[in-house]
Write a protein that binds this ligand. Sequence first.
Ligand code: F6P
Length: 468
Amino acid sequence: MTGAADLVILANRLPVDQVQTSTGEIGWRRSPGGLVSALDPVMRTHDGAWIGWPGVADNGTPLAPFVEDGLTLVPVGLSEQEVEEFYEGFCNATLWPLYHDVVAPPEFHREWWDSYRQVNRRFAERAAEIAAPGATVWVHDYQLQLVPQMLRELRPDVAIGFFLHIPFPPQELFSQLPWRRELLEGLLGADLVGFQRAGAAANFVRMVKSLVGLRTHRTLVQTDDGRFVRAAAFPISIDVQHFETLAGSDSVVQRAAQIRQALGNPERILLGIDRLDYTKGIHPRLRAYAELVAEGHFRIGESIFVQVATPSRERVQQYQVLRDRVDQLVGRVNGDLGVIGRPAISYLHASFPQHEMAALYRAADIMVVTPFRDGMNLVAKEYVACRLEGDGALVLSEFAGAADEFKQAWLVNPYDINGMKATILEAAGADEKERSRRMRALRRTLRDNDVSQWASTFLGALAETRDA
Ligand code: F6P
């Protein structure tokens, strides 16, 4: 069976989540995370279809394809049990911690694996139905690593690309996975497998050789059926122009001024914006800041740390543990160090539209991004895009993919609290000339690789691999 879509994107989530409006009807709200922000503009320039989960368990009647805000969306339903076993289980309590340096212990359960296979098959079947003859199918992220092989069996005529948005671990960690070989074979169904960093692509090729026993040469793998699969790095980016326009708009400029005023017009605003995830290093970052305040380097009223933590994966235990730890830390720091009307940390457990995020980026003097491990971190890129005047400072973890490109950020090791404190102080104390030298260099780097370039480089490489 074939369909009519020349470009099909598959991601675990649709770009919008299903919500119930106050009148009980179905409504749609933008879904969280960097993947959606990156792919949304790509879809708008290529006339394709996006297959994904609408973010709520299915009541047994999967929704029909629909058009929302100009995008053709094809929902894939998950039952309540699949949400538990596939999404919360295998994706976010097995693969997520395993692929992020085991910063939390991954759990391995056979029923979760069965559910992962079953849901991947459903996505592959949906793509097989809607892809036109010879179409390009682009599969995204760790939730769908078996789709390339499953789809190839159903539709050998289509070009299949896969892009992993998160890190890909070294063999020492990946080998823990009982289904390591099956996952590698799943990915090998693609013509091109893309990663954020060159080291991740090298990990993949090395493991294909040692765990699957295939012949490899540099970035190429030769499969048993005589195909060549290429693995390479394609560092993802953002729609730079879109963020620049947003940040320059009157309403964002005004909102940024309002935010500064609401915070008491402090001399210095530090900002963190993350999904509330244990990989993001929120806890050590806030500890570092609190110690700087307690030691008198920053004074309440003159400085404030604004931390936005977007609710995420709230039923997964490790996320609940993290939320409690952060709540407790913020409560203690503000209780110990704050004064009436002036907390040390202004903590918001909420998700904001892009307009508000752009205003926060504009308002912040120092952006602090300190993940223990992160595929790329698009928040760092969004901050740089919004600093239209070339000022502001970015403190960035060396373990974020963005650190490969953003050499002029103030780089930190999030495991080293004293090191982080010293670097935050250095960024805060740097003169205007130094800040502007660094920020202008970051902005030049960002402009050289925006998201449309990322997508066209990937899709160009996919076409070449396929034709070779
Ligand atoms: O980029 C990593 C990622 O897991 C995306 O695949 C995902 O859409 C986003 O973060 C948000 O996570 P979730 O879909 O689990 O809310």
